[in-house]
Design a binder for this molecule. Sequence first.
Ligand SMILES: Nc1ncnc2c1ncn2[C@@H]1O[C@H](COP(=O)(O)OP(=O)(O)O)[C@@H](O)[C@H]1O
Ligand SMILES: Cc1ncsc1CCOP(=O)(O)O
Ligand SMILES: [Mg+2]
Length: 257
Amino acid sequence: MTLSIAAATQGLPPETVFALLERVRRKSPRVHAITNAVAQTFTANVLLALGAVPSMTLAPEEVAGFAASADALLVNLGTLDETRRQAIPLAVAAAQEAGRPVCLDPVFIDRSKPRRLFARELLGIMPDVVRLNGAELDALFQGRAEADALIAGGTVLAVTGQEDKVESLGEDFRLLNGHALMSRVTATGCAGGAVLAAFAAVESDRALAAATGLSVFNIAGEIAAERAGGPGTFVPELLDALYGLSLRDIEIRLKTA
Ligand SMILES: Nc1ncnc2c1ncn2[C@@H]1O[C@H](COP(=O)(O)OP(=O)(O)O)[C@@H](O)[C@H]1O
Ligand SMILES: Cc1ncsc1CCOP(=O)(O)O
Ligand SMILES: [Mg+2]
């Protein structure tokens, strides 16, 4: 399924992107990430390099407290074991009760029917942002009308790949930053979901927050790719690039369509 970006695709001023990045750096939002076992450490490091504060507890007696006292919740289904199946509803209820944004990343729902059913059930809680790749988008919705209904309810869809698309009830964005090396190391998509949660924590315009978060992450990816010798050095370079990202970097590189 392709997202039919509406005619009124908006530009994204570099100053706006940098202002939101600075807001993340200044406010240091707490992001509680229920994420997969593969992505945990990288995701925590990406959040810290960005200026946010990660927590990742899954324990049923603690997860609601962590989610309620965080500024945003990430729910990533990459390793959907029993512990995570139990933790997710507790965390979502606590985050929503506290008025915090929830970002869903339905990893590999194209590969597993039980996981697809779990993700479709989760859509009932109306997540603020759903971040996913094209294969996962096709698996999540039985047709375009279902995606439109979710968007009509206020959820923002952020579909990543060589180019990224953000679709919402208001503005839509087509984003052209990023580098192929981002898909030659594991968990960049997952870490990108955590970045979207951090931006949703500081900006109530969810589409703007998602477009900005993806652009920041992907511009850092471009800078890292230029400095890295390959996938092995790409990961530390990505953390450094996120940490040091300047207005000038964004002005030079930001690419939207
Ligand atoms: N070929 C590419 N060129 C530029 N950016 C890419 C490319 N592939 C992926 N990305 C970027 O890498 C990140 C992970 O995206 P993607 O590979 O679609 O997610 P996932 O890992 O969940 O499948 C996103 O920020 C995306 O924009
Ligand atoms: C390899 C793997 N297996 C289960 S989760 C995971 C990481 C997926 O990361 P991403 O969705 O960011 O590519
Ligand atoms: Mg993914």
